[in-house]
Design a protein around this ligand. Structure first.
Ligand SMILES: [Zn+2]
Length: 165
């Protein structure tokens, strides 16, 4: 049986003990986390964060102080959970508004403080729509029908620095 020293009282105790028999201090299990393992965990968390932020449209566009009755180009997108088949039959306006939500929820988070700031991402949103359209138009479309547009978009945004601020 391996022995180790209690951090509290210094007495040698079994490494399997949950508590020090001498002073009662809880013994922490030593978890070996290699840095490579940590990077993978961080990466998985990062991807998870992107997907989760893509599920809900950003509130940035709705909490603006300016209330307008006419819809702006970045408002009203509802393709956040669409499949590629649904994306394919959607209007360009809808795609563009959805793409702006994806961008504002990820790389542009914190960069959009007023409605006019959205003009900055219009070109990027157009790029993103084109990129998703390109995937949708690919030869493998039938196999991709079940895929979510937001998964494609998340991958595209992650890979392309051009879509950032
Ligand atoms: Zn102890």
């Amino acid at each position: 049986m391996a022995l180790k020293k209690c951090k509290e009282c210094g007495k040698e105790i079994s490494s399997k003990a949950k508590k020090c028999p001498n002073c009662g201090a809880p013994i922490k299990k030593q978890i070996s986390t290699g840095s490579g393992c940590l990077i993978i965990i961080l990466f998985v968390l990062f991807i998870g964060w992107i997907f989760s932020s893509f599920d809900t449209p950003s509130s940035t566009s709705s909490n603006s102080t300016v209330s307008t009755s006419s819809k702006k180009w970045f408002q009203g997108g509802n393709l956040h959970k669409a499949t590629l088949a649904q994306w394919k039959s959607a209007t360009y306006q809808n795609k563009l508004a959805t793409a702006s939500d994806w961008l504002s929820a990820t790389k542009w988070k914190g960069h959009l403080n007023s409605p006019s700031d959205f003009d900055k991402i219009k070109v990027k949103a157009q790029m993103l729509v084109r990129a998703v359209d390109k995937v949708v138009a690919g030869k493998e479309m039938e196999q991709l029908d079940f895929m979510k547009a937001n998964e494609i978009a998340a991958a595209l945004v992650t890979m392309s620095d051009d879509l950032g601020p």
